[in-house]
Design a binder for this molecule. Sequence first.
Ligand SMILES: Nc1nc2c(ncn2[C@@H]2O[C@H](COP(=O)(O)OP(=O)(O)OP(=O)(O)O)[C@@H](O)[C@H]2O)c(=O)[nH]1
Ligand SMILES: [Mg+2]
Length: 430
Amino acid sequence: MIIDEATITVEAGAGGNGCVSFRREKYVPRGGPDGGNGGRGGDIFLEARTDVGTLVDFVYRPLYRARHGEHGKGKNQHGKDAESVTIRVPVGTLVWDENGELAVDMDRDGMRFLIARGGRGGRGNTTFTTSTQRAPRLAEKGEPGEAKTLRLELKLLADVGIVGFPNAGKSTLLSRVTQARPKIADYPFTTLQPQLGVVRLPEGRSFVLADVPGLIEGASQGKGLGIRFLRHLERTQVLLHLVEVAPLTRYSELESRIRTIRRELQQHSPVFSTVPELLVLTKVDAVSGQDYRKWMEKLRKKGERILAVSAVTGEGLAPFLEEVWKRLCESRKKKGNSLPVPEAVYQAKSRFKIEKREGVYYVTGEEIKKWVAMTNFNSWDALERFQKILQRMGVLKELKKMGLRDGDTIDCDGEELVFGDESPGGRHGA
Ligand SMILES: Nc1nc2c(ncn2[C@@H]2O[C@H](COP(=O)(O)OP(=O)(O)OP(=O)(O)O)[C@@H](O)[C@H]2O)c(=O)[nH]1
Ligand SMILES: [Mg+2]
């Protein structure tokens, strides 16, 4: 079975705390500040690899954590940065965030993407020294690391896909030209899961061939099985459209079968109209007459590309594979390597949000959350700095517009502060 979806949690490391410390030296009664900074928390990266084939490992290991940065120490010793963690995913993995938005498309071998940023280390008191503040008792706590729940989705990256009605001989063809051993039987819907195989041609040429469950009329409305798996074929470079020729007695039947499958593909995704298609008549060993040759001519005159094979006798297979290879090369050339390179960093959207409920101003947002986590609210200096941050972000201006007055309560991501124009604010009840 091919597992092609998994949910994982990633937790980058928090930064180490900054340190409040003062020099102690013999004969120096009051040394200056010497608290070092905390180290950076470990980042979490995703890396696309061709040697990882499925998402199966993530089902057994759904949590990835990076270590925290070391805390700063006295004597201006900075904490060590934590190492980053790299999660290897198959090339072609789509990564969705909690909001159902695409975070990144890991579509190139070797591509690396920062999915969860480690927290910055808190600054030690040394960095807060100014001409007026020579002995700051202020240090930052480390910034929390980003934590996310991600849904990984792998669209199998087959170069060539096989579509057709059930029983068209799709799996038989796959088994004949690759090492794959799919189930084959004389009844419809034998194949229940997509199957992949590697076709090897002389001179080291190769491509990946995918067989998906058969389609029927109404598949795009949910009939049968096939449509669920079509997304595996959305990125193929060439589609092989197989039509079983043995049961057909008239040209019009052939045409109508072809139309039905094309309509279902089209209704599933308009992407399919851009994928080059090759019509393949199958089971030619089982037909009595030679009518199908005339039908092929007719279709060719209409501009169709069409071939005939027998997977049982092997008739027509060698030229067929060469034709597929030719189409594949053309298609690759056309598409080129112009895949878009995604941004390397994941951005937060708005800076903050304020809501007033029952006289309390609630301030929320990623940035606010971060500063709250990095502030030691028991320290007056830190509190003063926090207020400056609110000012710089434009939060205070907004609050005043909303009618904030002396003595009002502001809730910053769960941290209650009492607003005072004179004093910088104080912890409620503290
Ligand atoms: N005579 C003959 N029989 C074939 C040929 N290819 C396939 N068959 C037979 O056709 C039947 C269906 O073949 P499959 O390969 O399972 O067909 P499929 O398209 O994968 O069918 P689903 O998985 O149900 O969609 C089997 O009994 C095969 O042995 C062929 O070239 N010649
Ligand atoms: Mg099959």
